[in-house]
Structure formats: structure tokens, C-alpha cells
Design a protein around this ligand. Structure first.
Ligand SMILES: [Zn+2]
Ligand SMILES: [Zn+2]
Length: 197
């Protein structure tokens, strides 16, 4: 089955990610030649997520156990509708998820993420922070912010998959709070200060 998963589909490649016990298995599908997109999501779920405190991660502790064992994440530079991502309700999945579902007889989730749109997404601009990080920290901070944004949008869509009945406001509030809490952690770890994000 693994071989099946990693089969090349025209114009796209797949990466299988095991992010740890509480996370589902993730099949990342990305445009050929854009392995950096898949790596960014892999870092977000395997490293960024793990470095966060239990308190921050706890926001999703009721969501993760309700997810299918496997989730397909379709990565693109941008979505035509300009959204950062979508979850695909049962019955609307694409070819890879349909095939995995048929082969395993198990529930498979699917979502999409618009990587370049997420990279530019700044719900909490640095300019709004009380203090300016030193220049030597800027690159690291931007990388971290991108991975946190990716993780937040990914968790936001997983939340929709786990609880289709929850409304957008509630789901969005959770992912926004997760994003802010994660950035706040990074700032206090790196700079030993609270920035009132
Ligand atoms: Zn959309
Ligand atoms: Zn949403």
C-alpha cells in the first residue's frame, strides 16, 4: 500500500509523514518540483508542533482523536478563490483520497492548503508588537511564523473535518488563538520577554 501511496501521479508527488501518535498519518501531495512546500508542512507538524507547550497544543486535544487515521493534504501555491485552505467534506475528495479509502475501507480525510498565500498571511504583523526583534533574529522569526501559520491553517481544517457541525467563527477563533499563543511562546523563549501579542 505504501508503494501505492508514493506512486507518482501526473504533475504531483506524494510524501508520507508520520507526525506522531496523536496526529493522523499525513499524505502530502505537492506540485512536482516544489518539494519545499511538502518540507514546510512536515516541519510544521513534526517540529514546530512538538516544540510548543502542552498548554498551547491542548487547544486541539479534543480534535485530534476524532480524525480519520489518514489525512491527505493537497498543497498548491494559491487557491483560485484566494482562501488559505479548505477541508473537503466526505464525498468531495480527490483521486488520492478516494483510492486510499477504497483500498483500505477506512475513513480518509482531505484538505488543501495554499502555501504562498499562507506565507504572506500576517494576522499579527510584527509591527504591532511592542518591541522590535533584533535583526539577527528576523530570519528565524519569519521562518517560525510561516511554520506556525501553516500549522494553524492545517489544524483549522482538521477541526472542520473532526466537527463538521461547528461554525466558522468558533473554528477560526481557536486557530487564531493557537497562532497567537505559539508566536508568544517563541518570543518569550527567544527574547525572554512578553510582547503582549
Ligand atoms: Zn475557498
Ligand atoms: Zn474554516
Amino acid at each position: 500500500m505504501l508503494r501505492e501511496l508514493l506512486d507518482r501521479i501526473r504533475g504531483r508527488e506524494q510524501l508520507l509523514v508520520r507526525a506522531g501518535e496523536e496526529m493522523p498519518l499525513i499524505v502530502i501531495s505537492y506540485p512536482r518540483g516544489n518539494a519545499s512546500y511538502a518540507e514546510a508542512l512536515q516541519i510544521a507538524v513534526c517540529q514546530t508542533y512538538r516544540h510548543l507547550s502542552d498548554e498551547t497544543r491542548r487547544r486541539y486535544s479534543h480534535v485530534l482523536p476524532r480524525l480519520p487515521w489518514l489525512v491527505v493534504a493537497i498543497l498548491r501555491p494559491r487557491n483560485a478563490c484566494s482562501c488559505l485552505g479548505h477541508h473537503h467534506p466526505p464525498g468531495t475528495e480527490g483521486r488520492i483520497a478516494r483510492r486510499l479509502k477504497a483500498d483500505t475501507g477506512m475513513r480518509v480525510g482531505e484538505l488543501d492548503l495554499a502555501i504562498e498565500a499562507i506565507r504572506q498571511w500576517e494576522p499579527l504583523p510584527l509591527a504591532a508588537l511592542a518591541a522590535q526583534p533584533p535583526p539577527e533574529l528576523r530570519t528565524e522569526l519569519n521562518e517560525f511564523r510561516f511554520h506556525v501559520a501553516l500549522l494553524s491553517v492545517f489544524l483549522h481544517e482538521l477541526d472542520h473535518l473532526a466537527f463538521p457541525e461547528h461554525d466558522e467563527r468558533e473554528v477560526r477563533q481557536r486557530s487564531n488563538e493557537f497562532y497567537s499563543a505559539s508566536l508568544r511562546e517563541f518570543f518569550s523563549q527567544q527574547l525572554g520577554a512578553s510582547y503582549g501579542i
